[in-house]
Design a protein around this ligand. Sequence first.
Ligand code: PEP
Length: 256
Amino acid sequence: MTTRRPIIAGNWKMNLGVAEGVALASEIRNRCSRFRDIDVVVAPAATSLYPVAQRLADSPIGVAAQNCHAEDKGAFTGELSPVQLADVGCRYVIVGHSERRALFGETDEGVGKKARALHDHGLIPIVCVGESLAEREAGETLDVVLRQLDAGLAGLQPDEIVRTVVAYEPVWAIGTGRTATPAQAQDVHAALRKRIAELASPAVADKVRLQYGGSVKPDNIAALMAQPDIDGALVGGASLTADSFARIVAYENKDA
Ligand code: PEP
């Protein structure tokens, strides 16, 4: 029985305008605020961060950005800094999402720098790791995710690692409808937690929250959350409607 507080985050990616995002946030607030034993987070597109954060300001629901730059400010056209994201009301930032690694050249080292910068400004990084299908089929899953984990946490002190959220997202399960089995996900989560124990300490590893991501839906969340090392989910497609996201958040409440 875990004592870690579950955390479910919805990654809206490059979807929804401001009015749509605020409306979705309002519905999620109405449906999810009563669940007090779980952290609920939404990650709107950058254009909606401020209005969504305003809409959720008096609620327990947190707001995440989907990316950041590691520097505080400067000549980095098109980028947003942790300082700016904190300023608009973000509490979390997703870093190292596989789409950013695959499509925008994000490196393991760069993810580590972003995680470091986020802690410098009191923000919580959600550090994503995950193997491609080719890597899984080549038997390289643990090599890949542990390398990504090592780099993502490299610059952090133990107390910062405790506050960091790690999301295991097998690339072959993202947006494909193909979910890792609970046992496959648990195997990787257990390996991640063991590595955190080696990098920091068993006490730290015991506190770090590990999310699973990859085609999470209302009908598979409960089996995933029943695994001893799965503490939450990072949800893409199913976070875009209040009904499916709220049913994921309410995974223990059959009447929700
Ligand atoms: C994601 O992109 O983080 C994700 C898990 O997407 P989906 O739930 O749509 O697979």
